[in-house]
Design a protein around this ligand. Structure first.
Ligand SMILES: Cc1cc2nc3c(=O)[nH]c(=O)nc-3n(C[C@H](O)[C@H](O)[C@H](O)COP(=O)(O)OP(=O)(O)OC[C@H]3O[C@@H](n4cnc5c(N)ncnc54)[C@H](O)[C@@H]3O)c2cc1C
Length: 218
């Protein structure tokens, strides 16, 4: 149910490219309707279910179309290098490479509470990205929609020296992946929100870029 809500994705691939349609129950009328892919208005970690239809529908089924062969997307992060270690590029080796990278960077939520990526990767106008590249030639950038560039929020946080940053409350930035905030014994959700606010402010002060939470804060 959450996949069309959030348009989940990782390593340059988004679920919107595989969803044919979904059925959902209108919580007012009780009627079930079908949303075609184009009706869902997918965006980066975004859909109609997070905007004009927020809290109005319960998704009851999703139809995915999967491919047995497809152009492999290995341009993200260290995927290419990891695939090389495993053999010839194929759906199987790319899948395993991404699992290996994630296992090496992401904390196990059964041991250390976390919500995965805490912030969205910011999407900025190309001219903003160009200015940043001038100042920081090593900054990772990715193509986004026309005229825009996607930046890596984790890199921005890391450059502020916040990877592994711990607050006395027990909220901390994960030491292997700066985009993940972990719960190391906090007493209240407010402690996580306080750290998130501090991280966003620090990144804004250094780069002038506003970080937006990917998680839903209740
Ligand atoms: C360790 C970790 C790593 C992660 N990595 C990634 C990643 O790489 N990429 C990424 O995109 N996300 C990532 N996430 C976030 C992940 O996408 C979400 O946690 C996941 O989609 C939530 O699925 P869920 O079934 O737990 O949904 P929930 O958290 O239960 O729900 C998510 C939202 O969808 C709504 N929802 C759920 N089901 C339905 C339904 N049937 N009908 C209507 N609304 C519904 C909920 O109300 C809520 O607003 C990660 C999370 C963790 C903990």
């Amino acid at each position: 149910g959450a996949t069309p809500v959030q348009n989940i994705g990782a390593y340059g691939v988004e679920i919107k490219d595989f969803i044919v349609n979904c059925t959902a129950l209108d919580l007012n009328s009780g009627l079930e309707i079908t949303f075609k892919n184009e009706d869902i208005k997918f965006g980066y970690r975004d859909s109609i279910f997070k905007n004009e239809l927020k809290d109005k529908y319960f998704i009851t089924s999703v139809t995915y179309r999967l491919y047995t062969s497809r152009e492999l997307n290995m341009n993200y992060g260290s995927v290419k290098e990891e695939v090389k270690k495993l053999g010839e590029p194929s759906l199987k080796t790319v899948r395993q490479a991404i699992i290996n990278i994630r296992n090496s960077k992401l904390p196990d939520h059964k041991i250390l509470g976390n919500a995965g990526s805490f912030f969205k990767n910011p999407i900025v106008e190309n001219k903003v990205a160009k200015n940043l590249i001038k100042q920081y030639p090593e900054i990772p950038t990715y193509d986004a929609e026309k005229g825009k560039t996607k930046l890596a929020a984790g890199w921005l946080i890391d450059q502020c020296g916040l990877k592994g940053y711990k607050m006395v409350s027990g909220a901390a930035v994960h030491e292997k992946q700066a985009l993940v905030i972990i719960n190391n014994g906090v007493q209240s959700g407010k402690h996580i929100a306080d750290l998130a606010e501090f991280v966003a402010k620090t990144v804004h002060d250094k780069f002038g870029i506003a970080l937006e939470p990917e998680v839903k804060i209740l």
